[in-house]
Ligand binder design. Structure first.
Ligand SMILES: [Zn+2]
Length: 276
């Protein structure tokens, strides 16, 4: 299922009072999944009918910053989750929550609980209380003890990998071809090469036939300059000016502009930076 679908689905279940006591979520990215589980928690606790961007309310803010007393995250301390972590969880939850209706815990990598922690956790799971909701997040549910798995509803949330070609929505080959073009173009810009307008109209015009392709090309060019900003400290301000120009033209691509004129004026504006 798509991430937002899972998040929204659980929030809806909660509102319909059909949420289970515990969920085990299998994911390929624990960090991102944790953030999404916190969104679920916001959806459960937010008094102002949580929307994805709720930043107004205090509770959502506390959850975001991990400062809400009735939300406890347990994660491996070094290699293991130790019994103290589970004991702390239990004693915190022996109190009635003040700001929220429920006490909620999130356990990252539950397979890393050591034996004593595991036994304490199990007792906790065996006697579920009405106002306690739990989320376990793991990379592989086969590594999680069956006694835990069997007491949870199982969900799967997978995230796309963030390789550059994925982000741009193109396959590797297309990505590589545009990347080379962008590099070549950067070299010409850096040399303030006067044949760049000719290059626009002959080479680029053939390679980049529509707005989408030009957008990908400019994003790659943008990234190349951003890399320069990171490494090149001396000329940082100067490189930043170029980055700003590129992002301005990227913005313009959202509108119905003449794309070949757009590339020409980009080249001219970059050239002017060098004060010819
Ligand atoms: Zn809120």
């Amino acid at each position: 299922m798509e991430t937002n679908a899972v998040v929204n689905n659980l929030i809806t279940l909660y509102r319909e009072k059909k949420l289970a006591h515990a969920y085990l979520i299998e994911t390929n990215n624990i960090v991102k999944c944790y953030e999404d589980v916190k969104k679920i928690v916001m959806g459960i606790c937010c008094p102002s009918n949580f929307q994805d961007n709720c930043s107004e309310c205090n509770l959502c803010h506390l959850i975001k910053e991990n400062n809400l007393p009735s939300l406890i995250t347990v994660e491996p301390d070094g290699k293991n989750i130790k019994k103290e972590a589970i004991e702390n969880l239990k004693s915190s939850f022996s109190k009635i929550p003040v700001y929220t209706e429920n006490n909620i815990y999130i356990i990252k990598s539950p397979e890393k609980m050591n034996d004593t922690a595991f036994n304490k956790m199990l007792k906790f799971l065996e006697e579920p209380e009405d106002n306690i909701i739990g989320f376990f997040i793991t990379e592989n549910k086969d590594n999680v003890a069956n006694t835990i798995v069997s007491r949870c509803e199982i969900l799967k949330i997978n995230y796309k990998s963030n390789s550059d070609s994925d982000v741009l929505g193109v396959d590797e080959d297309t990505y590589n071809r545009y990347f080379e073009l962008a590099q070549e173009y950067q070299n010409m810009l850096e040399k303030n090469d006067s044949s760049i307008v000719w290059y626009n109209n002959s080479v680029l015009a053939k390679e980049l036939s529509n707005r989408t392709e030009i957008t990908i090309f400019l994003k790659l060019l943008f990234n190349l300059y951003m890399e320069n900003v990171k490494v090149n400290h001396e000329d940082r301000e100067f490189v930043f000016k170029k980055v700003k120009i590129i992002s301005k033209y990227l913005e313009q691509l959202n509108y119905n502009v003449n794309t070949s004129l757009l590339l020409d004026s980009l080249a001219i504006e970059m050239g002017e930076l060098y004060g010819k």
